[in-house]
Design a protein around this ligand. Structure first.
Ligand SMILES: Cc1cc2nc3c(=O)[nH]c(=O)nc-3n(C[C@H](O)[C@H](O)[C@H](O)COP(=O)(O)OP(=O)(O)OC[C@H]3O[C@@H](n4cnc5c(N)ncnc54)[C@H](O)[C@@H]3O)c2cc1C
Length: 570
């Protein structure tokens, strides 16, 4: 992939590695034959007919390389080109395979689906520093293992005597995927679809699969993931372990869409669990950061993939809660909703809803086209982050322009954003980071007043506060929504030096106190700034989880920075 990104033309024309889709194949073929025609005539004119022989090897090689990559797209090796030797039927079959056969909708042995989001963090066997997307939390581990099957995963867990930490997409931002000196298990090769029923609207997958891969698979059946985050790069296992949420109305944490799990305990035993089968284990797995078991597979509910139309209204922040309860909360036509609170003063909000519609989508593609470059998005984000004037421009110039056009997307499209669009030019001196606070709905105004005061007093460089809504959790021991809540998703920029990290810790603990004061919680996939006391006030059932961990994982095999910090620290 790196080679492809650096040398796209060389990749397309001269290597047989990787995959290309039908459109790329036709475009490249057209390019090859046009170039051949021009070169041929040029050479013939300048140096005579015999000189044209020089370009045939080039032609042959490039045709071969593109054909091999196209065969890979449908999981076939280059040997299928020998079909050319069978008269008539062979060439006809090849024309079909190369030009018309749709590629596999999931990653196959030759690579990921062309155009799908690349994995952020490559993990070659030799790498022993595990970091996350912010680059703030490097942890040196003893080894990295990449199981390719659930059986292999079971053996690794059973046979490893020391500490184990599990990694999915590594987008959590506080060392949740590693512990010093541990064996780090990279789950991303466990990415198969195990079972699928379009009729029952369910899918069973291995836990290392990413949402974008599931979307590719279910979209042709006009189905959609029921609950996931806004971005589609995350693994299902990582999302289950944090019990993620999206912007869906009438839903909440991911646990509400989980039928059952297959998990592996610290002794290597594989156990099936659900809300009704061994429920204690189930509620100690979803939302519980690999405290007692590794999630190997999961059965999830799916939802119909409908077209959704964007509607929005800007208002004073003080009007948002009433607006939400009157127009959004019980409105069955709203699929996604969030409110953006504008920094630096947080006085205004933009409520954005995506409503079911029968109108034709304004985008041609059913899924978000995932590419590696987002220069415009990145430029705007960087501009907002530079000054108060940048934030003013966003609220009063950029956003009004961006919201001028009519937008109608498919549900899958709107749930398919690529984290790459948020990537800063460099994370060396400063980095973008997330935090999140869950507040019972009745305290929306009081908490947002306090939050704004804390941000302004500490001069926090907030890029956005996105407000979402979630119904109460069904019982995770680490439930962040013990009742109906608003989620305040805070996206901010911080410097990476130790002094600045310390300052972030100070205002974060103030915000956590504010959340706890309203019987709320803070989100755990982010930096572990909370004191042990704050942790237990925000997650009162953690003690139950710890009791179970002591029974199921007596050797404290499953570790990460979160459990190194808070486990057994009552
Ligand atoms: C740009 C951005 C936007 C985000 N938006 C949202 C949002 O809208 N809503 C939301 O809820 N969250 C959001 N998050 C947070 C995100 O949901 C979590 O960080 C999530 O864990 C990412 O998944 P991952 O695959 O990267 O997990 P990782 O970071 O790799 O792992 C997270 C935790 O899960 C554990 N884990 C991973 N796989 C398994 C497994 N198979 N079995 C047991 N434990 C496992 C790890 O040990 C770790 O403790 C966002 C994060 C980013 C960076």
């Amino acid at each position: 992939m790196v080679f492809k990104n650096k040398l796209p033309v060389s990749y397309l024309l001269f290597t047989g590695r990787g995959r290309i889709n039908r459109l790329t194949y036709w475009t490249v073929s057209l390019f090859i034959w046009t170039s051949f025609y021009i070169l041929f005539n040029l050479l013939e004119y300048v140096a005579g007919y015999s000189s044209t022989w020089a370009i045939y090897p080039l032609l042959g090689w490039s045709l071969l390389a593109t054909a091999i990559k196209r065969l890979h797209d449908s999981n076939k090796s280059g040997h299928w080109l020998w079909l050319i030797l069978i008269p008539v039927a062979g060439p006809l079959a090849l024309i079909f395979l190369l030009g018309f056969k749709k590629g596999s909708v999931l990653p196959n042995r030759y690579g990921v689906v062309p155009g799908s989001a690349p994995d952020y963090f490559k993990n070659p066997q030799v790498e022993t520093i595990v970091n996350d997307v912010t680059q703030l939390n490097p942890v040196t581990v003893a080894r990295v293992v990449i199981p390719a099957s659930r059986e292999e995963l079971g053996s690794i867990i059973k046979d490893t005597s020391g500490a184990i930490a599990i990694g999915g997409g590594r987008f959590s931002m506080g060392g949740q995927t590693a512990s010093p000196g541990c064996t780090h298990v990279d789950m991303r090769k466990l990415n198969r679809i195990i079972a699928f029923s379009a009729q029952d609207k369910t899918i069973k997958v291995e836990a290392g699969i990413r949402w974008c891969d599931i979307q590719q698979y279910v979209d042709p059946h006009n189905l959609s993931v029921k609950i996931m985050q806004t971005y589609a790069n995350f693994t299902v296992g990582g999302s289950l372990s944090v019990n993620c949420h999206g912007r869906y109305i009438g839903l909440g944490a991911l646990i509400l869409s989980v039928r059952s799990l297959e998990v592996i305990l610290a002794d290597g035993q594989l156990v099936k669990t659900s809300a009704t089968e061994k429920p204690e284990l189930f509620f100690a797995c979803v939302g519980c950061y690999n405290a007692v078991a590794v999630i190997a597979a999961v059965e999830l509910e799916l939802e119909e993939n409908v077209a959704v139309k964007r509607e929005f209204r800007k208002m004073k922040r003080s009007k948002y809660k009433d607006f939400f309860f009157e127009h959004v909360r019980d409105n069955k036509d709203v699929v996604f909703h969030n409110g953006d609170l504008y920094p630096p003063y947080y006085k205004n909000a933009r409520a954005v809803s995506w409503m079911k519609t029968t109108e034709k989508p304004t985008v041609k593609t059913r899924l978000m086209p995932l590419s590696a470059a987002y220069p415009i998005e990145r430029y705007f984000i960087s501009a907002f982050s530079k000054s108060k004037f940048g934030k003013w421009r966003r609220e009063y110039i950029i956003d009004p322009v961006l919201y001028l056009s009519k937008k109608i997307h498919w549900r899958n499209y709107e749930a398919g954003y690529d984290v790459a669009e948020l990537e800063p030019a460099s994370r060396a001196e400063s980095t973008y980071v997330l935090q999140e606070y869950f507040i019972p709905v009745r305290h929306f105004d009081a908490f947002s007043d306090l939050m704004a005061e804390i941000f302004i007093r500490h001069n926090v460089n907030t890029l956005n506060v996105s407000v979402r809504h979630a119904a109460a959790d069904s019982g995770s021991m680490m439930a962040w929504a013990r009742e109906e809540v608003f989620a305040f998703v805070v996206w901010y920029k911080q410097y990476t030096n130790e002094v600045e990290k310390g300052k972030v810790g100070v205002w974060t603990r103030e915000l956590i106190n504010a959340a706890i004061g309203f019987n709320g919680a803070y989100y755990l996939p982010y930096q572990a700034h909370a004191t042990k006391e704050q942790f237990h006030l925000a997650y009162p059932d953690a003690k139950k989880l710890f009791d179970l961990k002591a029974k199921l994982d007596p050797g404290f095999k499953f570790r990460n920075i979160l459990w190194d910090t808070y486990y057994n620290a009552v």
